[in-house]
Design a protein around this ligand. Structure first.
Ligand code: NCD
Length: 350
């Protein structure tokens, strides 16, 4: 056990490399129970409804600070929903780069140092626009736990948790599967965290399907090599898709591309790395298509996943998104539990 191991430090969540398989199994079991409760409560089952209401006592004392320096829909709303369903108080700065003191030059660590003193039971979620933002936040956080909700082109570990949870639910297990990663593997932080996490499993086959300009950074090839899983690059999407158990397609991160990338090249690559229903035909019948979303359909004919694919039975990215709530509830419960035990042992004097 790594993330769940006993420690006198808060249970921060900064990188996918903080986990081992035992941690994942424990977290996924909790998320699975919560998901079951959620769906029975939705159907009006009285027992589930009662248990659901009891959950809102678990987080009552805690106050969550959602500090987002970059845009977000799913991560922010699912964190907000998860926290409120556990009875937590939530405050948020949804555009902290513009509307928090970040705009006035305040460092993220000093912002954290301020927040941590506002309430006896604080937890912070940070989405930052530079690699290492959440790590910097810890410096000012004292005993307040910090959860990384994306740091520039770095990592997005809570997304990786819900991605792994989804693969496990949809396919029954993770070991031995062929995962095709497509789109922008260079700047896409969800890919970085997910590859790191999937490397905890055995006999994985990673297929990387992207243009050369958007290749996976070397450090993640090293992670794969050390895990003894297999990796190959197949640039042609049709060939890659035909091999998949899971396709994990991503958006070209246009906000992170270098300024000399050029609009023509950008358009050409978007056309080449696009999935529509005719592409879905080459997928093996038991394979699933995931995407962390958002899908960029600002120019519908260039969207990396065509609208028509949404209704395809093998497209599972909405289920994936919905899993964000139970998985993040499980994360909060683990963080709360550890804070409570630190407090009981008198280790939270700050
Ligand atoms: C992603 C992100 O912000 O990294 N979205 C998410 O959190 N689900 C992916 C993206 O922006 O393309």
């Amino acid at each position: 056990m790594k993330w769940f191991a006993e420690s006198d430090q808060p249970r921060h969540l900064i990188s996918a490399d903080q986990f081992d398989r035992e941690d994942l199994e424990r977290l996924f079991a909790e998320a699975h129970t919560l998901k079951g409760l959620l769906s029975w409560a939705r159907r009006g089952d009285n027992d589930a409804l009662r248990k659901w209401m009891e959950l809102s006592a678990r987080g009552k004392k805690f106050h969550l600070y959602l500090t987002f320096y970059e845009p977000s829909t799913r991560t922010r709303f699912s964190m907000d929903t998860a926290a409120k369903q556990l009875g937590m108080q939530v405050s948020q700065s949804e555009n902290a780069r513009q509307f928090s003191s970040g705009a006035k030059g305040e460092s993220i660590s000093r912002t954290m140092e301020n927040l941590r003193g506002f309430t006896p039971f604080p937890i912070a979620v940070v989405r930052y626009d530079e690699v290492g933002g959440a790590q910097q936040a810890i410096k000012g956080a004292g005993m307040m736990p910090v959860i990384n909700a994306g740091d520039g082109r770095g990592e997005h570990p809570t997304q990786a948790l819900l991605d792994c949870f989804t693969i496990r639910e949809e396919l029954g297990s993770i070991d031995g599967n062929t995962i095709v990663f497509g789109g922008d593997l260079k700047y896409g932080r969800t890919v970085h965290s997910l590859i790191t996490m999937l490397c905890l499993y055995d006999e994985m086959n990673f297929v990387l399907c992207c243009p050369e300009e958007l290749d996976l950074p070397d450090e993640y090839f090293d992670v794969i090599e050390q895990s003894r899983n297999k990796v190959r690059v197949i640039r042609n999407p049709r060939r890659a898709l035909a091999m998949a158990d899971v396709v994990y397609w991503t958006r070209m991160q246009k906000e992170r591309l270098p300024s000399d990338f050029g609009p023509k090249r950008y358009k050409r690559l978007r056309r080449e790395y696009r999935i529509d229903n005719s592409m879905m035909d080459v997928l093996p019948p038991t394979a699933i298509l995931l995407h962390p979303q958002p899908i960029d359909s600002s120019q519908p004919k260039l969207a990396e996943i065509a609208d028509e694919v949404d209704r395809h039975p093998q497209a599972r990215y909405m289920q994936q998104s919905w899993n964000g709530v139970p998985v993040r509830m499980a994360i909060f419960l683990a963080v709360i539990e550890q804070q409570e035990s630190l407090r009981k042992n008198g280790q939270l004097a700050d």
